[in-house]
Design a protein around this ligand. Structure first.
Ligand code: FFO
Ligand code: GTP
Ligand code: MG
Length: 440
C-alpha cells in the first residue's frame, strides 16, 4: 500500500464556461463523511444515484442542487483512496455553493494534477503513464491522442522497465564478479555481461535516434515561412490559417514580429510561423524582425522558403521546401539550385491543392512511426533520462575495475528508475504534476 493522504481535496473536473453538467471530484479520507454531510448517505460503489445536495443534509438545511452521485471507495479508485463525484447542474452559483459546502466539511481545493499525483503516490500508475494522462487531456489531434493513449496504457513504461530489468541482471552478474573475483566463475559471465551492456546501449540509441518524432507529434510540427520581403509569406500564412491572421500589403517589410498559427495537417498538430522578409535594412525594428526570422528558421522542423520569379533565392535553407509564388505574374523555374520548386499563386489559388498535399506528406514523413512499432520518445525529460542512462553504460564499458563498472551500472539504473518514478523523484514531482490542469 502507498501512503495515506491526510487531506481531502476537491476540484471542478469539467471546464468552465456555459455547459449543462459540471463534475465536482472529491478524494481523500473524509470523502465518506463529506458525502454523508452533503447527501445524507453513501451509495453503493460506482452506482450512479440521483440525490439532493444540501449544505448540511442532517438538518436538511439549504438545498444546493439535485445531482448524480458516484461513490468510489479506495483502494481501487482512480486515486487509490476514497472519493466521490457530484454531477451537478453547471451554473456558476451551484458550483460555488457546493465548493463552499465542501470547504465547510473540511476539504480544500486541489492543486493542478493533484488527483493524478495521488494515483502515482498510491502506486496506481507510474510517472510516464501519469504524463500520458496529462497529454491525453491536452491532445487536440488524432496523432496526439494515439500517442498519449499508448503512453497511459504503459507501452513506454514497459520499454523503460524492460531495460531496468535487464540492467538489474547485468548488475547482479557484476556484483558476482566483484564478490568472487578469484572463484572459477565461467569466462562467459563477463563476456555475457559486456554483450548485454552493448545491446542495451544499442536499444537506447535507437530510441533516442527515433528522433524528435514523438516530441513533434506531442508538441506539433513547426513550419517557418521565410523569404525576401513581398514574396507572399503572410498571404501563404493566411491561406494555411484560413483567416486573416497576418497583415498583407504591397509594402515590402510589412511583417516584423513572427506570427504563429496552429492547425492540423494529416491528423497532426502543426504550427506555421510567418516571419519578417529577409533583407539588409537600416530600420531598427525591421532588423529585429529579421533576427527573429532567422531564429525561427533555425528552430523549425521544416522551412517553407518563398520567392517569386523575379527574385530567385541565392541559397536554400537546409531541408526547406521551395515555394515559387505569383505564377499569375510570370513563370517560376521548375528547379532552383538543383531543388524542385512548388509553383503557386496565392492570388489565383493555382498550385495550392498540390502544395497542401506536399505539406501533408512532409508532416507524415516527419512524424512517421518506426516500422517496429516501438513506443516513441515524447518528452525532453525522457530524452534526458535515457541519454544519462546510455552515457553511464558507455562509461561502464570503459572501466577497468569491476567496482567502478558496478558504480556506473548503478548510476544508469538510477537514471532509468527516475524516468518511471520508481526511485528518488521527490524533487521532480512538482515540475511534472504542475503542468496538469486543475481537476485531473
Ligand atoms: N466521470 C468520470 N469520467 C471519467 C473519469 C472519472 O474519474 N470520472 N476518468 C478518470 O480520469 C477517466 C476514466 N478513468 C477511470 C478510472 C477508474 C475508474 C473507476 O471506476 N475505478 C473503479 C475501480 C475499477 C476496477 O478496478 O475494477 C473504482 O473507482 O472503484 C473510473 C474511471 C475518464 N472519464
Ligand atoms: N499578383 C500576386 N500578388 C500576390 C500574390 N501573393 C501575394 N501577393 C501580393 O504581394 C504583396 C505582398 O504580400 P505579403 O503576403 O504581404 O508578402 P510578405 O512576404 O508577407 O511580405 P513582408 O511581410 O513584407 O515580408 C501583397 O500586395 C499581396 O497581395 C500572388 O500570388 N500574385
Ligand atoms: Mg508579411
Amino acid at each position: 500500500m502507498g501512503y495515506q493522504s491526510e487531506e481531502t481535496i476537491f476540484a471542478l473536473s469539467t471546464g468552465l464556461g456555459r455547459a449543462a453538467i459540471a463534475v465536482m471530484r472529491v478524494s481523500g479520507p473524509q470523502s465518506a463523511s463529506l458525502l454523508t454531510r452533503l447527501c445524507g448517505k453513501v451509495p453503493l460503489p460506482r452506482k450512479a444515484v440521483l440525490r439532493r445536495v444540501w449544505q448540511d443534509a442532517s438538518v436538511k438545511d439549504n438545498l444546493l442542487d439535485e445531482a448524480l452521485v458516484l461513490w468510489f471507495p479506495g483502494p481501487n479508485s482512480y486515486t487509490g483512496e476514497d472519493g466521490f463525484e457530484l454531477h451537478l447542474h453547471a451554473g456558476p452559483a451551484v458550483i460555488k455553493a457546493v465548493a463552499e459546502a465542501l470547504v465547510a466539511g473540511g476539504a480544500r481545493p486541489a492543486e493542478p494534477g493533484e488527483f493524478t499525483r495521488r494515483a502515482f503516490t498510491n502506486g496506481r500508475m507510474d510517472l510516464v503513464e501519469a504524463e500520458g494522462i496529462a497529454d491525453l487531456v491536452d491532445a487536440e489531434t488524432e496523432s496526439q491522442r494515439k500517442l498519449a493513449l499508448a503512453q497511459t496504457d504503459g507501452a513506454l513504461s514497459r520499454l523503460y522497465e524492460n531495460w531496468a530489468e535487464r540492467l538489474k541482471r547485468v548488475l547482479a552478474h557484476q556484483e558476482a564478479l566483484i564478490d568472487f573475483p578469484d572463484e572459477d566463475l565461467p569466462e562467459e559471465v563477463e563476456q555475457g555481461l559486456l554483450n548485454e551492456i552493448h545491446a542495451l546501449i544499442g536499444a537506447m540509441q535507437e530510441h533516442l535516434q527515433d528522433g524528435k518524432r514523438g516530441e513533434r507529434i506531442r508538441r506539433g510540427v513547426v513550419f517557418a515561412i521565410a523569404g525576401p520581403p513581398n514574396a507572399g509569406k503572410s498571404s501563404l500564412l493566411n491561406w494555411l490559417a484560413d483567416r486573416d491572421a497576418a497583415i498583407v500589403s504591397p509594402v515590402a517589410g510589412t511583417t516584423r514580429d513572427a506570427i504563429e498559427v496552429n492547425g492540423s495537417l494529416a491528423g497532426v498538430r502543426v504550427t506555421f510561423v510567418d516571419t519578417a522578409g529577409m533583407r539588409e535594412t537600416q530600420d531598427e525594428i525591421e532588423a529585429e524582425g529579421v533576427k527573429r526570422a532567422l531564429f525561427h528558421v533555425k528552430q523549425a522542423d521544416c522551412v517553407l522558403q518563398m520567392f517569386t520569379g523575379d527574385m530567385l533565392p541565392e541559397n536554400v535553407f537546409p531541408g526547406a521546401l521551395l515555394i515559387g509564388n505569383k505564377t499569375d505574374l510570370g513563370p517560376v523555374p521548375a528547379k532552383v539550385l538543383g531543388m524542385s520548386v512548388i509553383p503557386v499563386s496565392l492570388q489565383t489559388g493555382e498550385g495550392l491543392n498540390a502544395l497542401r498535399t506536399i505539406l501533408e506528406q512532409k508532416v507524415e514523413a516527419l512524424t512517421a512511426q518506426s516500422a517496429s512499432g516501438a513506443p516513441l520518445l515524447t518528452r525532453a525529460r525522457h530524452e534526458a533520462g535515457v541519454k544519462e542512462a546510455c552515457l553511464c553504460l558507455q562509461q561502464a564499458l570503459e572501466q577497468e575495475w569491476p567496482e567502478m563498472r558496478g558504480e556506473e551500472l548503478r548510476l544508469a539504473m538510477r537514471a532509468l528508475g527516475r524516468l518511471t518514478g520508481h526511485v528518488g523523484v521527490e524533487d521532480l514531482l512538482d515540475a511534472v504534476f504542475g503542468q496538469f490542469c486543475i481537476g485531473k
